[in-house]
Design a protein around this ligand. Structure first.
Ligand SMILES: CC(=O)N[C@H]1[C@@H](OP(=O)(O)OP(=O)(O)OC[C@H]2O[C@@H](n3ccc(=O)[nH]c3=O)[C@H](O)[C@@H]2O)O[C@H](CO)[C@@H](O)[C@@H]1O[C@H](C)C(=O)N[C@@H](C)C(=O)N[C@H](CCC(=O)O)C(=O)O
Ligand SMILES: Nc1ncnc2c1ncn2[C@@H]1O[C@H](COP(=O)(O)OP(=O)(O)OP(=O)(O)O)[C@@H](O)[C@H]1O
Length: 514
């Protein structure tokens, strides 16, 4: 992948850590070379993020062994290299100490916590997992925490935020080296609570090792990532470690998808449940009381009768479910119910970038740009858009190339079922042929029982949104699912700058809707 790579947030004043203490404090490390007198101020997996003073960790990746880049790392100022036996052979004779461990990736959390001294973290950590709603929930949480007077941080697919400071993210959940650096930077900034988006891949690849969340949250599970996991059972199993004592102290589980009950059954920590469905029993219940284009109002009620009423500045019952989950997580994190009710009575203040984000003005069709890229996300967002639309609902979407191809038919079927006009286009083709992805989507759309009035195939996406806008009239809505907050398209491994929000606004202007 080439193109613009966002920076990594690290502590500004790291305390130098003596390398010879590492072998004493962290078990099963063999030191080759002389560690005495060497100080470590950072740790990284990648030469593109290397700072002078870093411990460079060379792990075997999908394409290369990181140890192949050890000479570059040392030239850039790495003071030591940590790797496995295979890596040590690749490094050969080095001018810095070489530390050898088995399975270095599985030791990254522990090592990073040692380098940045994050084992004792003063902030309250909230970790959220699930297929859909993680990013939305961490933004809703940061908004609520700020309203409660806290200095809050978040890490998400879209951004890392420390109070007002924001940087664009690379991965949903950063590598453990970056995660611990971020926590250390947050400590410097006096952050009191952190909302952490935890992907299944992060749990499988040791990215949140060394972190014990005060409260974990589960949104839902549905078909996604079956390129990374063999089947739904394996994908589900990848989520479960977040609900064990080494990763979280307690948890709030949403029962809206049937997988929620199974998370409760397998959790090794105390759990509290929540639902927004009226056919499911749970400790807390979300009931949507009003849906408007500007906000969704809802009540949150406990089985003991406690109730609060609030609203979120975004459309969709699924978003109210996310917000309810977050409120109960805050309660489990020690916030007072009466104070939360009072602070949230006037509504949650949050901005969710690219999550059913309305990018149109007062005149003309309404356009929402969304990050949905699964059938479940489409079903929920389309239903929300439809409930607020007096005219036709137009859906524009394309599917990710080089990602779970098994979900494409179902995505297209659900899209076709839920809209009046479907415009199939491209998303990130990566190294796949976009025409062949569109052909698969057209096959999927043909499976819908209720066919839309029109189906169009338009490439590239900037042309597709213009076709959609030209088809639309006042009172119609366009849901452009996929690109969300993203500022690029990945075409053959190159990140080309791209903003769906800007393209949508330009299409409206060109059509005379200003
Ligand atoms: C499959 C996967 O997780 N890959 C990650 C992995 O890449 P890799 O194994 O291909 O690495 P490699 O290219 O073989 O290189 C091996 C090592 O050499 C290092 N290197 C390599 C070249 C160089 O010049 N210098 C250098 O130091 C690399 O940093 C790496 O440590 O290690 C890289 C460095 O940390 C990650 O950026 C990369 O994530 C890729 C970009 C990725 O897309 N991951 C996806 C699957 C992912 O994790 N997604 C989840 C979920 C998203 C969601 O919720 O939808 C996420 O949390 O983001
Ligand atoms: N609770 C929910 N249930 C179903 N769909 C949801 C829910 N919350 C959000 N969505 C839909 O899923 C899309 C992705 O939402 P969000 O980014 O919050 O999820 P995520 O879990 O962070 O996904 P990713 O891991 O892909 O970043 C949204 O744009 C919306 O279409």
């Amino acid at each position: 992948m080439s193109g613009r790579i966002p920076p990594v947030l690290r502590p500004e004043h790291p305390r130098p850590r003596p390398l010879d203490a590492l072998a004493r404090d962290v078990s099963s490390i063999e030191v080759r070379g002389e560690p005495a007198g060497v100080s470590v101020t950072g740790i990284t997996l990648s030469t593109s993020d290397l700072h002078a003073g870093d411990l460079y960790v060379g792990v075997r990746g999908q394409h290369r062994h990181g140890a192949e880049f050890a000479a570059d790392a040392i030239a850039q100022g790495a003071v030591a290299v940590l790797t496995d036996e295979e890596g040590a052979a690749l490094v050969g004779a080095a001018s810095v100490p070489v530390l050898v461990v088995e399975h270095p990736r599985s030791r990254l959390g522990e090592l990073s916590a040692w380098v940045y001294e994050t084992a004792e973290n003063p902030a309250v950590l909230y970790g959220i997992t699930g297929t859909n709603g993680k990013t939305s929930s961490v933004y809703l949480m940061k908004g609520m925490l700020t309203q409660l007077g806290e200095t809050a941080g978040l890490t998400s697919t879209a951004e890392r935020q420390i109070g007002e400071l924001t940087v664009v993210s690379r991965l949903t959940t950063p590598e453990a080296t970056e995660m611990h650096a971020l926590l250390a930077r947050m400590r410097e900034a006096g952050v009191t609570s952190v909302a952490v988006e935890v992907s299944a891949q992060a749990l499988s690849r040791h990215r949140v090792d060394g972190i014990v969340h005060d409260v974990a949250g589960f949104t839902n599970l549905s078909h996604d990532h079956l390129d990374d996991y063999a089947d739904m059972e394996e994908y589900f199993a990848a989520k479960l470690p977040l609900f064990q004592p080494d990763r979280a102290k307690r948890a709030v589980i949403c029962l809206d998808s049937p997988w929620g009950e199974r998370v409760v059954a397998s959790a090794g920590i105390p759990t509290v449940t929540i639902t927004s469905r009226d056919d499911v029993e749970a400790d807390w219940r979300v009931v949507v009381t009003e849906e408007t284009p500007q906000y969704t109002a809802f009540t949150l009620t406990a089985t003991d009768g406690r109730m609060l009423a609030t609203s979120i500045p975004i459309i969709g019952r699924h978003m109210a479910a996310n917000a309810g989950l977050v409120i109960v997580m805050l309660l489990e994190g020690g916030h007072d119910f009466a104070r939360l009710s009072e602070v949230l009575a006037t509504g949650v203040e949050a901005y969710l970038p690219g999550r059913t984000e309305r990018v149109s003005g007062d005149r003309g069709p309404t356009i929402y740009v969304d990050f949905g890229h699964s059938a479940d996300a489409f079903e929920n967002t389309l239903a929300a858009v439809r409930r607020l639309t007096t005219g036709r609902t137009i859906m524009v979407f394309g599917a990710d190339g080089d990602r779970d191809a098994t979900k494409r038919h179902e995505m297209a079927r659900v899209a076709a079922e839920g809209c009046d006009v479907l415009v199939i286009t491209d998303h990130h083709p990566r190294f796949e042929d976009p025409a062949s992805i569109r052909a698969t989507l057209l096959e999927g759309a043909a499976l819908a029982e209720n066919q839309p009035d029109e189906i169009h195939e338009v490439s590239p996406p900037e042309e597709a949104i213009r076709v959609a806008v030209n088809l639309a009239r006042e009172g119609d809505s366009i849901l452009w699912a996929g690109p969300g907050h993203q500022d690029y398209r990945d075409i053959e491994g190159v990140r080309t700058p791209y903003s769906a929000r800007d393209e949508a606004r330009a299409a409206l202007r060109e059509a005379g809707w200003a």
